[in-house]
Ligand binder design. Structure first.
Ligand code: EPU
Length: 442
């Protein structure tokens, strides 16, 4: 039987409260750097709780092009054998790099293990310009030379090995901290990364490196210290739960005035969002790896400003904006709420589609001003990025009528078994019948 073509749209019939339990998957943004970090030690690693997502599949393909052998043990566990890493060509293919920016995370391990790496500059994406200048400047401080190559590529070369360095990041960049951390485990001497990102995904990467034998102090703090040169061994490791997915389901339940329980999650990773939901009128009860939520019929509006962890996560901003579109404002003198986006220059991709559903939102540079309306209306929408698309899903779940969301490919990059999980909470979702592809010519 030929394979089923991926379905690119769903219809959500909203307007009723979600209720039930949902299990949270492994973290995409922890899995990607940890997949890269398997390159740091030759041998067979086993990773568990890798979410079954398009982005993880593409990243596994990147590893394969570098000579790594991959074997699935279950949909979310993988054996990854990095023995055959090909240091003669330590370069992720441009096609995969352009499909997924996070492939730049192989630079640190390749530079450390092979003494050089080459990437085509990833350029901007739907979130705006996303340079990697902090990554490259840090590698230079670690003793690497940058040599411009053809087609906007750059060769990063450290033929005599990397050296410890005192690196101050101009901004607590997640990707730069991760890349420099992975390179630093190979450096001679001690590296300090100041103003390091403190996101739980960075800490999880550091814990994975430590499990392999790396000497790292200060994970989750402003300054991370790495004593380089330790011998690293392959390990078996379980990836942390996805805090962005967890927050998205909390907002989905909250926006419908529903109640439910998240399992397999880490409440400590989303404290700021839990505070906001509490201020909005939700009753929350956290266990060691569960969060129960009971939402009021209408949420109270709460303004937010995104920032590096532990501030409100930029990846939760679109789902919270969806909640604000029909929230209730207590202050009659100020009939709007402000969302400030401080991380990315274009992270309001959900605004236009939300407006087409009847939301009242005005964007001024990095601020969005949301004037709540009574209800959004049915319509057809699509979105060019993962988190914005989830914002539309959360909004649609409250609409009394049907919203068609196309561009499901984006959601499949970031949310494992989305339709199944939403249906488990009682959401009414319809999708087109799968179309059988014609058998490919041999
Ligand atoms: N920046 C620079 N130069 C650099 C690096 C970053 O100017 O060398 C700027 C970026 O342009 C951006 C800001 O610093 O404006 C923050 O970027 P950061 O490096 O922290 O983000 P990232 O590593 O590219 C990761 C996640 C994003 C998440 C951000 C912020 C992964 C694979 N991606 O991106 O997740 O939004 O951190 O927390 O971990 C997503 O999952 O949908 C997603 C985009």
């Amino acid at each position: 039987m030929p394979p089923a073509a991926p379905v690119d749209w769903i219809d959500i019939r909203g307007g009723h409260p979600l209720r039930g339990e949902v299990a949270i998957s492994g973290s995409k943004n922890a899995a990607l750097p940890i997949l890269a970090a398997t390159l740091c030690a030759p041998g067979r690693h086993i990773l568990h709780n890798v979410p079954d997502l398009l982005d993880c599949r593409v990243f596994l393909q990147v590893l394969e092009t570098l000579g790594v052998e991959i074997e699935p043990l279950s949909p979310t566990s993988w054996r990854i054998d990095t023995t055959g890493l090909r240091c003669d060509h330590p370069q992720p293919p441009q096609e995969l790099l352009s499909r997924m920016r996070a492939s730049v995370l192989v630079m640190g391990p390749l530079l450390g293990r092979c003494g050089r790496t080459q990437v085509t500059m990833p350029g901007g994406c739907s979130l705006g310009e996303r340079p990697i200048n902090f990554h490259l400047a840090g590698f230079q401080q670690q003793g690497a030379q940058l040599v411009p190559g053809p087609d906007d590529s750059v060769m990063v070369d450290a033929p005599d090995g990397l050296i410890g360095a005192d690196i101050s990041l101009p901004f607590a960049s997640v990707g730069a901290t991760e890349n420099l951390l992975m390179a630093a485990v190979f450096a001679r001497g001690t590296t300090i990364i100041r103003n390091a990102a403190r996101e739980p995904e960075v800490t999880d990467l550091g814990e994975f490196l430590r499990a392999m034998g790396a000497e790292i102090e200060g994970l989750g703090e402003r300054d991370i210290t790495i004593h380089g040169g330790a011998e690293l061994q392959p390990v078996e490791y379980r990836i942390i739960p996805d805090r962005i997915e967890a927050g998205s389901y909390l907002c989905a339940i909250a926006n419908t005035g529903g109640s439910g329980k998240l399992t397999h999650c880490e409440p400590a990773h989303i404290e700021r969002l839990l505070e906001v939901l509490d201020q909005a009128g939700c009753t929350l009860d956290c266990g060691p790896d569960t969060i129960s939520i009971q939402a009021p019929p209408v949420l109270q509006s709460v303004g937010i400003a995104t920032g590096p962890y532990p501030a409100f996560a930029t990846d939760h901003q679109p789902v919270w904006m969806a909640c604000l579109t029909t929230a209730e404002i207590a202050d009659a003198d100020r009939p709007f709420e402000i969302i400030l986006e401080n991380l990315f220059e274009r992270r309001f991709n959900q605004v236009e589609p939300l407006i087409s559903l009847g939301a009242d939102i005005e964007v001024l540079s990095r601020a969005a001003c949301v004037r709540p309306v009574k209800a959004l209306r049915p319509g057809v929408v699509s979105c060019p990025d993962i988190r914005a698309a989830m914002g539309l899903v959360v909004a649609a779940l409250r609409v009394p009528g049907t919203v068609r969301i196309s561009g499901m490919l984006h959601l499949r990059r970031g949310y494992e078994r989305l339709e199944e999980k939403l249906r488990g909470l009682g959401a009414a979702i319809e999708e087109p019948a799968p179309v059988r592809l014609a058998t490919a010519a041999r």
